[in-house]
Design a protein. Structure first.
Length: 120
């Protein structure tokens, strides 16, 4: 996610990955997910790779933002909106489902292969 190419993160992605929970940022009008109606000040709650979830329920990433401005302020304690809590709960449910899918794809190495391994 947030890659300028297949494997290389963009500068914005790297900037987001360097944020820490409690950092105050400015989200530009029309950016974020869901897009904000006006320039908005938010506090980073969760950073996951090259994206983050803010305390107001806005997610930021290279896909939904063109720039992120930090205010230089950092908060140890801050309120988290119900919208943000709901987004995190939905993301956690998707992570659990994804983990189950990957666990099911794990081959059983105790069963010998169904095809011959010798030369024809």
């Amino acid at each position: 996610m947030c890659c300028g190419g297949i494997y290389f993160p963009t500068n914005l992605g790297l900037g987001i990955s360097n944020l820490t929970p409690g950092d105050e940022i400015i989200i530009l009008k029309g950016e974020g997910y869901p897009a904000v109606d006006k320039e908005t000040v938010a506090i980073v709650w969760i950073v996951a790779g090259f994206s983050a979830l803010c305390n107001d329920g806005t997610a930021i990433s290279c896909l939904s933002n063109t720039d992120i401005t930090t205010t230089g302020r950092h908060f140890e304690q801050f309120e988290i909106s119900e919208a943000a809590k709901q987004m995190e709960a939905e993301a956690e449910a998707r992570r659990i489902e994804q983990d189950k899918l990957f666990a099911e794809d794990e081959p059983d190495w105790s069963i010998p292969p169904a095809f011959g391994t010798g030369p024809e």
